[in-house]
Design a protein around this ligand. Structure first.
Ligand SMILES: Nc1ncnc2c1ncn2[C@@H]1O[C@H](COP(=O)(O)OP(=O)(O)OP(=O)(O)O)[C@@H](O)[C@H]1O
Ligand SMILES: [Mg+2]
Length: 226
């Protein structure tokens, strides 16, 4: 089976507030291949999160294309795009954004239920993930009773639940101490080994950036290889 590709072609993104136009991304062209890992770095405000959000289909580019296996994801109908994103792209934000009313295991199975998987099957799958992530003893806990690192691991398990082709992670270690951040980096690499997904992270964390196969820096709206 050939490897999937996720690409950005001549992406431009600007924001307009009143009469002020701020161009964040001027010309981003890059191809990401399944099974490889990539770090997007750059000083604060250079557009790393914007890039991740455009790749995840939750922010629209001002011009240019985001293609999955050469098909522009913004040409899909909204419902097809949602289905595609739910199945093929896992998204992890800097903050875990867990649903406080749901238990850990209920949070993790949400993406499976969204694409119509059977609830009992989802719970079996989630249990395996929780064991891999060392959190099986917390399955019935509410997110508020977990540490920041544990919550981020639950959010990672949720992002990986549908075994996406690509995992996009916006500063996955941004709010964690050094030791907990290393645990998350190791988990990302274990998941790549196990499921062969591509991983794209935005980060200020030099340890995480160095752990990825390729590092790019966004500078003045364009990408350069580090
Ligand atoms: N919705 C928006 N409206 C206006 N400007 C925005 C919007 N979203 C982002 N920006 C601007 O785009 C620029 C890039 O923001 P972005 O969040 O992508 O940067 P970043 O590289 O992720 O920064 P950080 O490292 O601090 O997370 C910033 O100048 C920000 O103010
Ligand atoms: Mg950011």
């Amino acid at each position: 089976m050939s490897l999937a590709e996720l690409s950005m072609g001549s992406i431009q993104k600007f924001f307009i507030h009143g009469s002020i136009k701020t161009t964040v991304l001027r010309d981003i062209t890059i191809q990401f291949i399944q099974g490889n890992t990539y770090a997007l770095t750059g000083v604060s405000g250079t557009g790393k999160s914007t890039c991740i959000h455009i790749l995840a289909g939750i922010e629209t580019p001002s011009s240019g294309e985001v293609c999955f296996n050469k098909k522009n994801i913004f040409s899909y109908s909204p419902s097809r795009r949602t289905q595609f994103l739910s199945r093929s792209i896992g998204l992890l934000f800097q903050q875990p954004y867990l649903i406080s009313e749901l238990s850990v295991i209920e949070n993790i199975i949400v993406p499976g239920l969204v694409i119509g998987k059977d609830k009992r099957w989802c719970i079996e799958e989630a249990l395996q993930l929780l064991c891999l992530f060392g959190l099986d003893h917390k399955m019935h806990s509410k997110p508020s009773s977990l540490s920041g690192g544990q919550q981020q691991r639950v959010a990672l398990a949720r992002a990986l639940f549908n075994k996406p082709t690509f995992l996009l992670a916006d500063e996955p270690t941004g709010s964690l101490d050094c030791k907990t951040a290393k645990e998350i980096v190791n988990l990302l690499l274990v998941c790549r080994e196990q499921w062969g997904m591509g991983i794209i992270v935005s980060t200020h964390d030099a340890y995480l950036a160095r752990a990825m196969d390729m590092q790019y820096e966004i500078h003045d709206g364009v990408l350069r290889v580090v």
